[in-house]
Unconditional design. Sequence first.
Length: 228
Amino acid sequence: MRNVVVRNIPRPDPAVVEILGGLGVATTHEAQGRRGLLNPYMRPIYPSARVCGAAVTVSCQPGDNLMIHAAVEVCKPGDVLVVTTTSESTDGMFGDLLGVSCRAHGVRGLIIDAGIRDTAELTGMDFPVWAKAISAQGTVKATAGSVNIPVVCAGALVNPGDVMIGDNDGVVVVPREIAEAVAKLGEARLAKEEKTRERLRNGELGVEFYGLRAKLKELGVEYVDGSE
């Protein structure tokens, strides 16, 4: 298999990235037809972690972080590292020193389908990370991999330059080619939700304005008076 580091990739419009980052994971996932969600074991290392940016993808051998170091060199400010391994791994492949390096090159965060370490230090520098595991198990730098190729991360296909969004709800990927359309759909969804929120705040029942009484009747649900 050929191992490559692709230096230049197409990136999404920064304005679209900012909109998607403001929408968050749940709204974006709904706006693109409930697609693109990474597996729910991908959790942020601290509750307030948020990220949105263009994916720089990294394929590593398990327990070997050589290609993460190689990837930092081709990152641009605003990018998000998306790391996978060729077979399952929970080793701590990323720690605070790599976090410092990423910060120096403008990397916004890390999404890694493997383990990380030094979580206190990464949290202290406010470097957002979503990972499968936390492990002090160290790694080596010995085996070739690739940077900026299509990868599968936590069950989702990620191409270089796709938009990665992470928050406390998890991580979602938006293909770069449809990012602008998804952003518009997401904004419309937020506006609609705000109207619904106001109706609920005013005491209306969801069972009424969602038209759920007919569905309950169709499903044979009966209302009966219980004893007081």
